[in-house]
Design a binder for this molecule. Sequence first.
Ligand code: ASP
Length: 597
Amino acid sequence: MTVYSFIFYLTFAFQKFIIMYRTHTNGELRLNNVNEQVTLCGWVQKAREMGAMTFVDIRDRYGITQLVFDEEHTKIAKSLGREDVIQITGKVIERESKNKNIPTGEIEIIVEKFTLLNKSKTPPFTIEDKTDGGEELRMQYRYLDLRRNPIRKNLELRHKLSIEVRKYLDAIDFLEIETPYLIKSTPEGARDFVVPSRMNPGQFYALPQSPQTFKQLLMVSGYDRYYQIVRCFRDEDLRADRQPEFTQIDCEMAFVEQEDILNTFEGMMDYLFKKVKNIELKQFPRMSYADAMKNYGCDKPDIRFGMTFNYIDAITKNKGFNVFDSAETVIAIVAEDCASFTRKQLDALTDYVKRPQVGAKGLVYLRCNEDGTYKSSVDKFYNEPDLKTWAEKCNAKAGDLMLVLSGDLAATQKQMNDLRLHLANELGLRNPNEYAPLWVYDFPLLEWDEESGRYHAMHHPFTSPKTEDLHLLETDPGKVRANAYDLVLNGTEIGGGSIRIHDRAVQSRMFDLLGFTKEEAQAQFGFLLNAFEYGAPPHGGIALGFDRLCALFGGQETIRDFIAFPKNNNGRDVMIDAPATIDKKQLDELFIDVKEL
Ligand code: ASP
């Protein structure tokens, strides 16, 4: 031990000695501690009287320990209320009636000394795994909600995931580099949150929707493996389960091709699942966007179950059924062993697809009965041999049910995707303990926006077109595919990225295509275009939604309970009551003139 480390040790030991609030946590004591004198601190979970004794459960983030207040101290115990903060000293004894449900359930503490550290008001809801508090109330008193086990476990999982992400990336030479929060807007498709600059009257910073341009600049600077677990901000209309500020695992690599990135992050997912959940991911398929759309009608298919699409136009048209005849496409899925669905169940499915959110006009079914006969809702137009060909074409066997939708291609694919997922939910096919990741790649570079009457970048304007499609860029831009990919898990997109453009001329062509004038492109992205002239290496990257990843690892749908202080559906923090108005004086300093609303 060096002199310095000895001094450090002494200081630490001394500090520990003088501020010995507690000798153990409330999750720590076991039978082998029996007879020890201990001091514990924590919150009163509950108290029960039994004869002359009072039992009090004391809680901290590590667990619960049972305290016994004997006759002499029971008066104190009776004065305790839920969530009071207390300190006790006493002796550990073996419990007579053991509680197998908690790790400290074999012991209890006979209280000898007691200190009330702080009194608590009665909490507005119970601090228990199943609380009686409603969503809004829990958000308002989030600091109390955070005391509950389910939320604490979520935050512990989040912590563990972030540590493991860092370990994995660090081991393969990624550097964590912070990029600024006060920047100029980056066009990621959403609105920016803006921050007025007092020192630059009339000018605004934007909060980053992602560190996209900065991470690309870091590649130009030679930091060929960058990552950051970083907050991003998007001022979107909040759909359910979106947060205006959220966290991404943001990464970029230089001198790589798409395959290198897919392998690196597939490796990360394998590592995280093994480390955090002790699960070996069995397979990690790759699927082109075109195949995903054709077989699942969506770009983030849930592949935990089958029910892929069958296109049965050729065998269903020209039989006098006008609905199919006039449709651009006819798509069928097979629900295994569902021929026994009742009329009521089929009606419910029809009602489902007719809901405005789904938008189908109707649903055709075909029961492949166990006895080899067929029964469909369109028997008038199709005889048994016809229906048999449907079943054969779709590999439906006796006992299966076929469901058929028709109409315009894109609309029918979307409706069938909705129906497929709905049915899978009903049939319990989406097992939350099964994890089926995949890559979807070769996304279109551009998508047409009706409202503005021009093309938008599907991913973002820095995504490179596939070399073999470059010739279509000016003639048929909608057909150009991008070097872009998404990481999908159980039907949820958890990440996306692309190989970027690193050539100034191609980047300029891209801005042209997106409707930027030369001057606009220069004003907004001059820094990037200039940087591309100083030896920009080929590069690409990805960003994974960290909140969503946490929720998926926690086997839950909503990200909100994996964020310590989330916002509600209206983008409000109801605990601190933000956003809020600011003083006239502050507004004046910022040269902002707020009109009366
Ligand atoms: N910046 C992109 C996003 O936030 C991800 C990427 O292309 O790396 O979605």
